[in-house]
Design a protein around this ligand. Structure first.
Ligand code: ACO
Length: 322
């Protein structure tokens, strides 16, 4: 009997505080119209001072566990994707495991920037297919607002905070059809976030904030996401018209629209959360997926394409029969 990973639960958490484009225009030289026209973003959520990646992950995780109707103790593996972990170590996965009062399971983090949740899903899929795990919790949780330079108008307009969760279980029916993940470390200079505490002497004066050459990242992202769509369809011997929903990483509406055009999809088949969440990095795909599952747009049996692109560069996709 062939093992496959099926989605049995999902969850999401967004912090209470809303920061609008108007609010940001009081901090830097920008405007609501510039931000909305160039990115599609109007508002984003900002974590409270006592919130962390693990605290937000816990709320999203509990929702996913409740939807799945399982006990937290049944989970074999927790994978947290985050670029804003609570601590260098222990991993946010271990902190989350303790918060969920799970005594025995494997827990670790993956760091693949905005593609993190797709990387986590791909790892989970391998564990389930191989028989090494039956129930896997994957999380994307980010406090991007603490990695942003609020005096840099080219980046501070883009990011928001939040957490998304998906619970996967082994099944003999179709679930995750395929995952595809890639990395190319040659683009470090276009998008990075230094860690000054462990930097070399020459880099120790760099600020620990997101630094990005936005328009160059934009061009690579559009081309790369076009290629990954082709790779995913070819692997599964599917046609563009077989895809019911696109759940993209929420970085920029113009990037998302280019991928939808490539798939010949109407924007009505694209799950968009960008306008009121901004780019929540590794949380964005799972937050969007959860929203569309919970509001009933994504239905059992439908084919859903998840994709993401982020620093590294890293990029990936997951094709799921929900
Ligand atoms: N308000 C007003 N003007 C601005 C702002 C702003 N907030 N930011 C930049 N500008 C100006 C620039 O200074 C520039 O002015 P100039 O022409 O006088 O030099 C002009 O606007 C155009 O700047 P661009 O950077 O070329 O603007 P662009 O249309 O490319 O939009 C953006 C910038 C939104 C960042 C876009 O490039 C983008 O979305 N890039 C991709 C981001 C992405 O996908 N990142 C990957 C995931 S993130 C992760 O992994 C952590």
């Amino acid at each position: 009997m062939k093992r496959c990973a099926r989605v049995i639960g999902s969850g999401g958490y967004l912090p209470e505080t809303i920061r609008t484009n108007e609010d940001i225009s009081k901090l830097v030289d920008t405007s609501d119209s510039w931000i909305f026209e160039r990115t599609g973003i109007k508002t984003r959520r900002i974590a409270g001072e006592n919130e962390t990646a693990a605290s937000m992950a816990e709320i999203a995780a509990r929702q996913a566990i409740e939807m799945a109707g399982i006990e937290a103790g049944e989970i074999d593996l927790i994978i947290v994707a985050t670029g804003s972990p609570d601590r260098v170590y222990p991993s946010t996965g271990c902190i989350l495991q303790h918060r969920l009062e799970i005594q025995q399971c494997v827990a670790f983090d993956v760091q693949a920037a905005c593609s993190g949740s797709i990387f986590a899903m791909s790892i989970a899929d391998q564990y389930i297919k191989s028989g090494a795990a039956d129930k896997v919790l994957i999380i994307g949780s980010e406090i991007c607002s603490r990695l942003v330079d609020w005096t840099d108008r080219s980046t501070c307009i883009l990011f928001g905070d939040g957490a998304g969760a998906v619970l996967l279980e082994s099944t003999d029916k179709p679930g995750i059809l395929s995952t595809h993940i890639h990395s190319d470390g040659g683009f470090e200079d276009l998008l990075y976030c230094p860690n000054p505490q462990v930097a070399t002497a020459s880099a120790k004066d760099e600020k620990g904030v997101i630094t990005m050459k936005g328009n160059e990242v934009f061009k690579v992202a559009v081309n790369t996401l076009g290629r990954i769509v082709d790779e995913t369809l070819a692997t599964n011997n599917l046609d563009k018209s077989d895809i019911d929903w696109l759940v993209p990483h929420q970085a920029n509406t113009r990037i998302i629209a280019a991928t939808a055009r490539k798939l010949k999809m109407s924007m009505d088949q694209v799950i968009l959360t960008l306008e009121n969440q901004g780019n929540t990095s590794s949380a964005s795909v799972l937050l969007a997926f959860n929203e569309a599952i919970r509001d009933g747009r994504i239905k059992r049996g439908q084919i859903v394409l998840l994709e993401a692109f982020g620093a590294g560069f890293t990029w990936g996709s997951a094709l799921i029969k929900y």
